[in-house]
Write a protein that binds this ligand. Structure first.
Ligand code: SF4
Length: 382
């Protein structure tokens, strides 16, 4: 996997790229490590060059957003963290048997829960790989509690820690994601399930690297999502197919190796050093990288408030959502959309323009019927 993600897509040697990234975030700034959530968020907005560059260079986007004057509140409250930890302990209770019961295995026989402790992330990754190999060879049910996996992204190792991985006797490895949002009547909030699936897909990719060198191993393309049932503290589980998310994420990670190409297009001297650079300099640096704001960014990216403000200033239709943007074709601003609806802009043959004219006519008819005067002018539409 690492070879394919980093196989000659970038012309910049790894050391030069790492040096470039260090210059971009500031030599005194420790790189912000990517995690599965960040990789999944990147995959969710594949066209955003700004996020790709900042994440690839290890820039602390929270600190950057704060310095730009648009801090975005992210992270869980202490209460939510404690509650989440207690729920996770409950899911993994009874030596992993509780979790196996959730996937319908009532009598698993012996369940192995290997100790994955080791020194440093590289040691933990090696220990996890060994435990996976041993479990697959043994052919018994095994629960890996917080294993550590690695993916090489943009020339740097990214360490990923799924909640658990279950190894079945037939050698199938299944990622387990434990979330605190509720599953009500067997269904959970679709956007939260989607985010969890994207995150789990990153783990699947990382696991596949280990499976590729483990005889008899296979990584399941569906993950087990465990949530509290109906607002209680009782766990319930659902199997989520992540094939699509895996494919998208894989493609995106391959694209990440090109962040040095994005950096090449920056003006000379551009830096995102939140320690040394002023707010004005950082604003100019951020604005020099094209972004692709969508309302979904508000739940996924620390720069969301900044990018939203810029999109609103530009009157961009992206602020209305990706689906609306897609429907409006070649009309880039809200002003252009309104003008098109009045028949003052756009190609009348364009179906989007025709639909806007029709919508406006219907609205005015409705207002007239309600005896509301409408004094908006403009040439009439066909
Ligand atoms: S908030 Fe801005 S930088 Fe972050 S993903 Fe959205 S457009 Fe990109």
């Amino acid at each position: 996997m690492s070879a394919s993600l980093d196989s000659g897509l970038s012309p910049t040697p790894r050391t030069a790229r790492l040096q470039l990234f260090a210059e971009l975030r500031g030599p005194a700034t420790v790189p912000r490590p990517l995690d599965a959530r960040a990789l999944a968020a990147l995959a969710a907005n594949p066209g955003c060059r700004r996020r790709a560059l900042l994440d690839g260079a290890g820039v602390d986007k929270s600190a950057l957003a704060a310095k730009l004057g648009s801090p975005a509140p992210f992270g869980q409250s202490q209460f939510a963290i404690v509650r989440g930890n207690s729920f996770e302990a409950k899911v993994k209770a009874d030596g992993g048997r509780e979790l196996l019961r959730l996937i319908g295995v009532e009598e698993p026989g012996a369940v192995s829960v290997p100790d994955l402790a080791a020194a440093g992330p590289q040691g933990r990754v090696a220990r996890t790989a060994l435990a996976l190999r041993e479990a697959t060879a043994a052919g018994t049910w095994t629960l890996l509690d917080h294993p550590l996996l690695a993916l090489e992204v943009a020339g740097s190792p990214v360490y990923l820690e799924p909640d658990a991985v279950v190894v079945r006797p037939d050698g199938t490895w299944t990622v387990v994601e434990i979330k605190s949002f509720p599953m009500v009547d067997g269904a959970a909030d679709a956007s939260k399930v989607g985010a969890a699936a994207r995150q789990a897909a990153v783990y699947v990719l990382a696991l596949e690297r280990v499976a590729a060198v483990t005889e008899g191993a296979r990584v399941a393309q569906s993950v087990l999502l465990v949530c509290p049932k109906d607002f209680s503290n009782v766990p319930t589980a659902s199997v989520v197919d992540v094939r699509k998310q895996r494919a998208v994420t894989r493609r995106q990670l391959a694209r990440l190796t090109r962040v040095d190409e994005i950096a090449d297009a920056l003006p000379e001297g551009t830096s995102f050093d939140v320690v040394e650079r002023s707010a004005a300099e950082l604003t100019a640096a951020v604005e020099s990288v094209p972004h692709q704001y969508a309302p979904e960014c508000l739940a996924a990216c620390e720069l969301a408030f900044h990018c939203r403000a810029r999109s609103r200033e530009a009157d961009a239709v992206e602020t209305l959502g990706r689906s609306v943007r897609g429907e409006l074709g070649g009309l880039p601003t809200v002003g252009a959309v309104l003008a098109a609806s009045r028949g003052e802009a756009g190609d009348p043959e364009d179906p989007a323009v025709a639909a806007l004219c029709r919508a406006r006519a219907l609205r005015e008819e409705a207002l007239a019927a309600a005896d509301v005067s409408s004094e908006r002018g403009g040439r009439s539409c066909r």
